[in-house]
Design a protein around this ligand. Sequence first.
Ligand code: AGP
Length: 619
Amino acid sequence: MCGIVGYVGRQKAAAIMLEGLKRLEYRGYDSAGLAVLQNNGLTLVKCIGRVAALAKLASGKKLTGTCGISHTRWATHGGVTDANAHPHVSSDGQIALVHNGVIENYVHMKRFLLEKGYTFKSETDTEVLANLIAYHYAKQPEPAVNGEGSRFLEAVRKTLLHVEGTYGIAVLSPAHPGELVAARKGSPLILGVGDHEHLIASDVSALVSRTQNVVYLKDGELVHVTPAGFTLSTLDLADVSPVIDQVTWSVDEAELGEHPHFMRKEIFEQPLALENAMRGRFSADGSSANFGGLNLTPADFRTIDRFVFTSCGTGWHACLVAEHLIERFARIPVEVDYASEFRYRNAPLDRDALFFVISQSGETIDTLAALREAKRKGYKCMAICNVVGSTIAREADGGIYQHAGPEIGVASTKAFTSQLLIAAMFALYVARMRDMSFADGVEYVAGLKAVPDLARRVLEQAPHIQQIALRYAKYNDFLFLGRLSLFPIALEGALKLKEISYIHAEGYPAAEMKHGPIALISDQCPSVFLVPKGELFNKVLSSMQEIKARKGLIIAIVPECLDLPEGLADEVITIPDCHEAALPVLATIPVQLLSYYIAVARGCDVDKPRNLAKSVTVE
Ligand code: AGP
């Protein structure tokens, strides 16, 4: 949710942190702030609004310090005010801190600190942490046994032993110029290892312009950082040998280029993302798929009698498509659950179930908790994940990386279609271990290999879809209707429209419409139909007739081989004919474009929709 950037090195920290914050802004964007150590003290700048507002405010100050922390906020405790923006400083001025997460026992700790004479300026849980570190710092023996740095580190460590909840934090102290302490539990945090400089950040996008070398902190780890080096330890004082990973993508991939929005860029990157999802993943005989990262043998798969898929939001829609495809082609039962529900409902699972989570970011807290719950029960857990090195990717027993490249737009687009394609490949993989024939497998593989080019053909219709969007942007209610594998795409279409244009939209199985939602139909509530081929085509035509009979407007997304009766749909968007397993991918692109162009026509900030953040790292 919130974004953190910290810097210690030889350059001016503020400029570097502002650049990092700009790249992290998709994590939260209601307020921003920074603190740098300079002139033997702490300079603090923070304000409500975007990073641009902070940069403007900072430009009026002389920020020359080479050690600092910074933050973009997505409010949890306390409203959007300057006072609630981070960094927060302890009332004795000794500690400044930025935080991503939620401190659950802050009320109790605040009472304790008030009794000790500490005071508070904000309504946040975070300020409690700053004061509690200051309290432990003041109590440390002086001079410290192992040097001044360890006194600072020790105060942070002691504080964190009392914390219930989640945190990624970066802390500095005017008494310790050139030092940062950072720690994590439940919220992502990464150390960037540069040339005589180190950075702390919530995700790699904030670091890649300065270094490709990163250390992914684990829960319960603290790092003490100076320009010259860093030491990693755990809350219970064990030393940790750091593993330095290489980030594989470059800073250019996270730039807008010629596009006005990241969402548009990412929609148009889908053919490439789809190619990358398939690269090297088909068997040599062209009849099946390979997934080396699952760490399971065909014999392991023979014992599996059920798959359980969990995720949140858009990823959950990908789970529904996986359910359809696996059950349809491999004939193995699949259960789909919201991760946020799974973690609490103590679901009974089959003895030989294989558990999957889907997460673009790999940091969604509910999905991570579901994964941990399943592992606690002894199940093997796989992850379909886009962000390499993310917490979910690291904690899973195996998995499939999406290789879709960085997704910055808050509304997930290329990551979703890449998940759908991976689901289709996985369905093939298990189907070929069961009853699917070699010939059917070859046809299926050919069908999937064609998808990137077919996606390019759908994208060529962008100007046509834009014209439709201009005509329909004035409506405030939409229905999205589909059947079987297109029902999840109806849900996804409704979610996309809701999140970026604030239009009320609902997704339904087309036949369910007459059991209630049809009451919404009027000439003010358009319906977007995802029309299938095959036996359900005529059934969906009947649903369309029922809408037309009630003066409803219809936008139909139709495979090009099908002819709709003249005048039934008000607008038609065609998609190329394709293999059944590829249909959800191709049908998604028009609903993404429609939502995007409607949101732009309504003047919405599509990359940073109100109240949302890219990766939801609090419950
Ligand atoms: C997608 O458009 C949404 N912003 C949201 O539903 C998202 O898919 C969800 O929060 C899960 O994120 P994840 O894939 O990073 O776990």
